[in-house]
Ligand binder design. Structure first.
Ligand SMILES: Cc1cc2nc3c(=O)[nH]c(=O)nc-3n(C[C@H](O)[C@H](O)[C@H](O)COP(=O)(O)O)c2cc1C
Ligand SMILES: Nc1ncnc2c1ncn2[C@@H]1O[C@H](COP(=O)(O)OP(=O)(O)OP(=O)(O)O)[C@@H](O)[C@H]1O
Length: 312
């Protein structure tokens, strides 16, 4: 798969062939997105054309609402890896600027979709584009004027509700990891490197690997989770705390730290990935380290039992 950076207006086709173009932001590449891309892939294969997916370099709400705290389900790298697995040939990253946000639907069609050499556009039932998202998928054939075909993908739902990135972000921030994983069709993952903690974990008998993560990623709510953690290229069942570590010292910042089961190696500086399974409890302030230690033993038993059942 090729990653292509574009800015408005687009000047040239990206391939000497025409393309099938899937449109949207695609944060998380959830089950709804996966379905849409499989529809587009089928058309591309039938027509013997490359499949391109177009997204933006930042979420439009960062620009519209000036919301610089906006957090993402996927980093660009994660999104690109998922797209590649789905058989996408080109991932197009269009620069989303204030000026671009003001163009009309017709300008978007003429200066982006047509310039790319598009044969067929595939987009969802609620896809919008143009200034303040004024134009929708049903307007697209009028703007196309016969220059490309438009395929509208119907709403994909779970329990009657649209499968959507906004809902998944809400569920991550609410610690509803089982729902998150169901809607994504894969586990929510956070990756980064192993940083230094305050070195209290060893004293407690529960050493932890502290995650240094990409600050644009959505963080599960404060609390304790059943997780799997990858270090040294291998996945271990683990328990992960997202918290301020309120028992030891003054709360300053959020730490994400995993205690891996059946693992005892020095791994500072190495890559680390956390797959999130289930929220088990909130963070508590304990009167002593011994009480925290007692609780950590209980957490370990509970989470080991959870995996003994769910890994079967
Ligand atoms: C599974 C798990 C649960 C935890 N729960 C709590 C908690 O409820 N309250 C708290 O103050 N700290 C909690 N901690 C954080 C410990 O205080 C922390 O691991 C310890 O301070 C070591 O931190 P360090 O790695 O920075 O030295 C938890 C840690 C883990 C791994
Ligand atoms: N559940 C779904 N069913 C069908 N199409 C979908 C679904 N979710 C997204 N799409 C389509 O996939 C493309 C990418 O969608 P987008 O990036 O807006 O994600 P989203 O999940 O709809 O986000 P949000 O929850 O913020 O509305 C769009 O064309 C959109 O219409």
């Amino acid at each position: 798969m090729k990653l292509v950076h574009l800015s408005y207006p687009v000047k040239n086709q990206i391939s000497n062939k025409k393309i099938v173009l899937a449109l949207g932001f695609f944060d998380g590449v959830h089950l709804g997105h996966q379905h849409l891309i499989s529809v587009a892939k089928e058309i591309a294969d039938e027509k013997n054309l490359p499949l391109a997916v177009m997204t933006f370099d930042r979420h439009p709400s960062e620009v519209y609402a000036g919301n610089t705290d906006f957090v993402y389900i996927d980093t660009l790298e994660e999104k690109a890896n998922k797209m590649e697995e789905l058989g996408v040939d080109y991932l197009l990253l269009l620069k989303f600027t204030k000026d671009f946000s003001k163009i009309s639907g017709q300008e978007f069609v003429d200066n982006v979709i047509v310039k790319l050499g598009t044969d067929t556009v595939v987009a969802g039932f609620d896809y919008t584009y143009g200034a303040r998202e004024t134009a929708n998928i049903d307007h697209l054939p009028n703007f196309a004027k016969g220059r490309f075909e438009v395929i509208k993908v119907p709403k994909q739902t779970m329990d009657g509700k649209k499968i959507g990135s906004t809902e998944i972000r809400r569920a991550i921030e609410n610690g509803e990891m089982e729902l998150v994983n169901e809607l994504l069709g894969h586990h929510y993952v956070m990756s980064g490197t192993i940083g230094h903690g305050q070195r209290n974990g060893h004293k407690l008998g529960f050493p932890t690997a502290n995650l240094v993560w990409n600050e644009k990623k959505a963080i599960p709510k404060i609390g304790v989770y059943a997780t799997k953690t990858k270090v040294n290229g291998k996945w271990y069942n683990s328990m992960t705390s997202v918290g301020y570590n309120i028992t030891i010292g003054q709360p300053k910042r959020i730490y994400i730290e995993s205690n891996l089961f059946d693992f005892d190696e020095d791994v500072y500086g190495q890559p680390m990935e956390i797959k999130w399974y289930k929220y088990t409890r909130g963070e508590k302030k304990f009167a002593s380290l011994d009480e925290l230690k007692e609780q950590l033993k209980k957490d370990q038993d509970e989470i080991k039992a959870y995996f003994a059942k769910s890994d079967k």
